[in-house]
Ligand binder design. Structure first.
Ligand code: FAD
Length: 386
């Protein structure tokens, strides 16, 4: 038996849950399928927190997505009572000479400040004296520049996904879980999506399969590099000093290589949960089936020794817990969004900075797939991956 819909969404992580919710909001008859039961801890969207900021050093094309996403998160909060977005502010530290790179962008802090000016985003260029006075937890070397965005902060990714899926269902969308799609084929005037949970047909399909995209969609998505990342929760001496009212989310970019930077959050949840901090790894795996969700035994200690010791006052070396998550990264660290055939629209929005944009990206996907918008930013074009 074949189920029909106007649009099928394959993959209900950050981008797919947002797309399904936005389709349902527009009254489009939509069904979403996922191979697991999102939110889950097997892809790119778990680990309690994601940094969100409007002054996005990754480029001006991302700022409208980040700004619109905050509006959507706030709308969802108002509609459901869920707390999704915490605006504890974001402090970015980087060498004052502009030599450091993040997410493939040189002089990341300078570019973020430029985006803030262009889009009129409240921000402060702080002296090191001001940073030390506000947040004595940061032990600065003295060669840093500092940018503070008070309206930035963090999102709760699992809750963002579950809230959008619940809202999508409330508005009439179908959600089919534990349904790994193994084929997406055009069949005359429709697209046929086959999974063990059944065969589904629709006018169009959105594929938001994250780290599974290379194998499910292939083509340009084979250019994605899958990079496992470890996350760690460290013991803190004085939990109050790391509460969101006294400690911001931060990115500390210390050099030209991704491994030279680290980032962290205020304490979220119970005091004995620990404070989450991590750095980015360039190690890669050939396919998502090779993703080992067991954190290497020494990974947290390495992050502490390389980054935290001597830089964050009040965080101890004891690792309370760790987790693994995976980046899917394009060669230029940008998003990949486009039509892979007349009826299949695919998106990969990771490269370590996609969550903050996911609500608005879902809205863009919903508009484009249902025909109410056509324009996909050329910066996201699939052709550049060819
Ligand atoms: C450690 C880490 C830290 C990050 N930090 C930040 C941050 O601070 N700020 C920020 O903005 N971004 C951050 N990101 C990036 C952000 O989390 C990702 O961009 C985003 O979560 C990617 O979402 P996605 O929808 O593409 O993938 P996912 O959320 O992984 O969703 C893909 C979904 O597709 C499903 N699926 C796959 N194949 C199939 C199939 N065949 N059939 C059915 N379903 C299928 C999967 O089960 C999964 O649910 C970080 C990422 C990681 C890994």
């Amino acid at each position: 038996m074949t189920d029909t819909a106007e649009v099928i969404v394959v993959g209900l992580g950050a981008a797919g849950a947002a797309a399904l919710y936005q389709l349902a909001r527009r009254g489009v008859r939509a069904v979403g399928l996922d191979r697991f039961s999102p939110p889950h801890d097997r892809g790119s969207s778990h680990g309690e927190t994601r940094i969100t900021r409007h002054a996005v050093g990754e480029g001006e094309v991302y700022a409208p997505l980040a700004i619109r996403s905050h509006e959507i998160w706030r709308e969802l909060e108002a509609a459901t009572g869920a707390r999704l977005l915490e605006t504890c502010g974001l402090l970015t530290l980087a060498p004052a000479d502009g030599s450091a790179t993040a997410h493939g962008v040189s002089d990341f802090l300078g570019r973020a400040a430029s985006v803030a000016r262009t889009f009129d985003i409240p921000h402060e260029r702080l002296s090191l004296y001001e940073v030390r006075a506000r947040w004595p937890q940061f032990v600065l070397a003295g060669d840093e520049a500092a940018l503070f965005e008070p309206g930035a902060g963090f999102l709760r990714p699992e809750r963002c996904i579950s809230t959008q899926l619940a809202e999508a269902q409330r508005l009439g969308a179908g959600v089919v879980l534990e349904a790994p799609v193994f084929s997406i084929e055009e069949a005359g005037e429709a697209v046929r999506v086959v999974s063990p949970a059944g065969t589904f047909e629709a006018d169009r399909v959105v594929v938001a399969a994250g780290a599974w995209s290379p194998e499910l969609i292939g083509g340009p998505f084979r250019r994605l590099t899958l990079q496992p990342q470890s996350l760690h929760w460290f013991e803190c001496e004085d939990p109050a000093a790391f509460s969101p009212s006294r400690f911001p989310a931060f990115m500390w970019i210390r050099g030209g290589e991704p491994e030279d930077s680290f980032y962290g959050f205020p304490l979220v949840g119970a005091p004995d949960r620990g404070v989450k901090m991590a750095c980015e790894s360039q190690d890669s795996i050939a396919r998502i089936a090779d993703f080992d969700r067991t954190p290497p035994a020494t990974a947290g200690a390495k992050v502490f020794e390389r980054h935290i010791r001597g830089r964050i006052r009040g965080i101890g070396p004891r690792v309370l817990s760790s987790a693994m998550c995976v980046y899917s990264t394009t060669p230029d660290s940008g998003f990949a969004v486009g039509w892979t055939s007349d009826r299949v629209l695919a998106a990969s929005a990771c490269s370590g900075h996609g969550f903050k944009h996911s609500a608005a990206l879902g809205e863009l996907l919903a508009k484009v797939v249902s025909g109410s918008a056509r324009r996909i930013p050329p910066e996201f074009a699939l052709q550049r991956l060819a």
